[in-house]
Ligand binder design. Structure first.
Ligand code: HEM
Length: 367
């Protein structure tokens, strides 16, 4: 009790720092509002597929559309490949174009930037979830080296794929007017090549990661209580029970296991058109791929926030491999009960890492 009071008093901000923090938060809020307004302008401008159509295919008249919709597959509109009788200008292609440009593209942008704004707002209003009890200084192994390497390789690939994918969808509205055709041409071609080649690599790492942690992510009864209390993020002193993975992490896991797999499967369909799939299949794969990719990018911002700014101590597990006993007790109480006898001092951690006869175990003993 005495320790807690002493800690609280050292943490209390002086009037000056309180005001600085308040002004800083308000300034950030203002930047956020201005930025969101800018993004929504781009999104609204994008939602006009007719404008793009005028530049993309200026010569198609209303009469020609009537002919195409009535089922005309005359040689005027036909795919010129020797074994193809596919009409290049067709109603399903138009449906795909409208779906992509009027719905997926603007709403994807709103989802990603809306999520970023919500997280920023949450941080400014609620702030970081600090550890409430003092650290004990004793450490528990949470993520062995192999899992850390897997996580960071997969995360890096995901971020590169998200950025290149968004460049494929939105880049022309921002970078083309900004840098001109020559630089834009190089940018879009680099984005396309890296997106196409890194996608399958990400798919392999994703599957290995999913298989490695599936057992820790089976839903349990206590997860409902965790969700009801929003993981204790909103209230000081609230620490709902959690095993190795809490309910928030489980939701992220199952999103990756469903939406993530749909993302990589549709990516394969797009990456290998030589498998003989029809153009209609490619169009649907494109819509599924974009929806899943943009949706996961939006949710990943929440994961990245909690892993870095949002919660004191989380990132230590994924960088050093070890977490403080206090972090384990406050955020993963049920897991802590299972592994508390494995806690070691910082010197022992350093000795393990230096390889002094005690190498790092490949996993903690957990259920
Ligand atoms: C810079 C970006 C990222 C940061 C800072 C980050 C941070 C973290 C941290 C700190 C943990 C451990 C949480 C704990 O110990 O309870 C974790 C776990 C995990 N992360 Fe990330 N992450 C990032 C990106 C990603 C991405 C892009 C993905 C997926 C594509 C991903 C997938 C996962 C998975 C599957 C886990 C294991 C969760 C579980 O099942 O227990 N992370 N991340």
């Amino acid at each position: 009790m005495t320790v807690m009071t002493a800690q609280a008093s050292t943490r209390a901000p002086s009037i000056n720092t309180g005001w600085v923090r308040y002004l800083w938060r308000m300034a950030m809020l203002l930047v956020l509002v201005v930025f969101s307004l800018g993004v929504s302008q781009v999104a609204v401008a994008q939602a006009d597929p007719e404008r793009e159509m005028i530049t993309a295919a200026p010569g198609i008249s209303a009469d020609q559309w009537r002919q195409v919709r009535s089922g005309d597959t005359s040689s005027n509109y036909r795919d010129s490949r020797h074994d193809s009788n596919y009409s290049l200008i067709n109603a399903s292609g138009e449906t795909w174009r409208i779906l992509r440009n009027r719905w997926v593209s603007p709403f994807g942008l709103i989802a990603v930037f809306g999520m970023a704004s919500l997280i920023a707002l949450f941080y400014l209003i609620v702030g970081r979830k600090e550890l409430e009890a003092p650290r004990t200084g004793k450490k528990i192994l949470r993520w062995p080296l192999l899992m850390r390497s897997l996580h960071w390789s997969m995360a890096t690939l995901f971020i590169v794929l998200a950025l290149t994918g968004m460049n494929l969808l939105y880049g022309k509205f921002i970078f083309r007017p900004l840098f001109g055709d020559a630089i834009w041409g190089a940018m879009i071609s680099a984005s396309k090549v890296s997106h196409n080649y890194l996608g399958p690599l990400f798919a392999i790492l994703l599957i290995i990661m999913l298989v490695s942690v599936v057992k820790k992510n089976i839903p349990r009864k206590h997860d409902l209580e965790w969700l009801k209390q929003a993981g204790g993020l909103l209230k000081k002193g609230q620490h709902p029970d959690a095993g190795f993975s809490n309910a928030g992490e489980k939701v992220w896991f199952w999103l990756l296991a469903t939406v993530g797999l749909a993302l990589v499967i549709s990516g394969f369909v797009l990456d290998f058109p030589n498998w003989g799939q029809s153009r209609d299949t490619m169009q649907w794969a494109n819509i599924i791929h974009a929806v899943c990719g943009l949706g996961l990018t939006a949710v990943s911002l929440g994961h990245i926030y909690i892993g870095t700014l949002g919660m004191e101590g989380s990132i230590e597990g994924m960088t050093t491999g070890y977490v403080d006993e206090t972090w384990a007790k406050e955020h993963h109480s049920l897991w802590y009960e299972e592994v508390k006898d494995q806690a070691i001092t910082e010197e022992e951690v350093a000795a393990r890492k230096a390889g002094d006869g005690h190498s790092e175990p490949s996993a903690t003993r957990t259920s």
